[in-house]
Design a protein around this ligand. Structure first.
Ligand SMILES: Nc1ncnc2c1ncn2[C@@H]1O[C@H](COP(=O)(O)OP(=O)(O)OP(=O)(O)O)[C@@H](O)[C@H]1O
Length: 261
């Protein structure tokens, strides 16, 4: 991808407090993410995963805190300046205005840059969208629409990527083809997941949220414990090491005392 990297400059989140959707974290968020690493956000419905991602992207205001990327404070940049550094893929649920897949992906082009048509075709191919390039968005399946939104974020060509439920609607081929492809690129990525095993497979660090608080943050081994999963999701989980060497969670049933927040 086109821009110079600084491998020693991590993403730094300091004292971030959410301000939107009535969510107030008991303790403001602090974390570090080295260049190229993935952070997965996990937590039950409505706990604030999307709110956190949109706050980091500057789409929602933060009450306090800093988001620094390569020594730049992203939350204070204009939307246009921020788009040079950070792209977010959100779930598409609005009208499409008759635009085609190719036109929607091209909207990811940063305003100041000339449209690179060859790169646009590469991103379409990367997301297995070439045969669908001319199709109006209204005529796509859920998974095809999801890949289109992913392609739009990738076409923005930033080194920092935020993905809201990237696995949504994707069949297992497209899921692993896309996530595997992304993991081979030097993109620092924060993504929300509902599939805990998928998050453990693709992420270096996990952030486990409950409504209004961060329960745990660390490696998948540190975060995916039986206690944490009972506390946050109310499930009785068996934790093992999967054949690929990643933590694997098997839900045995609901936790004996369903003590979720
Ligand atoms: N536009 C909005 N206005 C007011 N409240 C909102 C808005 N969007 C979301 N919320 C509320 O904010 C809370 C957090 O929502 P959010 O979408 O961040 O949760 P989530 O963890 O991503 O959930 P899910 O797993 O269901 O996608 C929820 O209680 C939700 O009802």
């Amino acid at each position: 991808m086109g821009k110079g990297h600084n491998d020693h400059s991590p993403l730094m989140i300091d004292g971030l407090q959410l301000a939107a959707n009535g969510i107030h974290l008991a303790t403001p968020l602090n974390l570090r993410l080295p260049q190229g690493q993935w952070l997965g956000i996990l937590g039950p419905n409505g706990c604030g995963k999307t709110t956190l991602l949109k706050t980091l992207a500057g789409l929602l205001p933060a009450a306090t805190g800093q988001l620094q990327w390569r020594c730049k404070s992203l939350l204070t940049l204009s939307a246009r300046q921020r788009a040079e550094h950070l792209a977010i893929m959100v779930q598409h649920n609005g009208p499409c205005g008759g635009l085609t897949v190719e036109q929607v992906v091209a909207l990811g082009n940063a305003p100041a840059r000339r449209l690179d048509y060859a790169r646009l075709q590469r991103v379409l191919a990367q997301c297995q969208l070439t045969p669908l390039a001319g199709r109006p968005l209204e005529c796509l399946s859920g998974g095809q629409l999801q890949r289109t939104m992913m392609a739009q974020a990738l076409f923005q060509d930033t080194q920092l990527l935020l993905l809201d439920e990237p696995a949504n609607h994707l069949d297992i081929f497209h899921l692993h083809q896309l996530l595997g492809n992304l993991r081979q690129q030097p993109l620092t990525t924060i993504a929300s997941f509902h599939d805990i095993n998928l998050a453990a497979q693709y992420c270096d660090q996990l952030l486990l949220m409950a409504p209004g608080r961060v329960v745990a943050c660390g490696t998948p081994e540190q975060v995916l414990t039986r206690d944490h999963l009972a506390q946050v999701f109310g499930v009785d989980a068996h934790i093992s090491l999967g054949p690929h060497g990643c933590v694997q969670v098997t839900v045995m049933g609901l936790a004996p005392t369903k003590d979720i927040e």
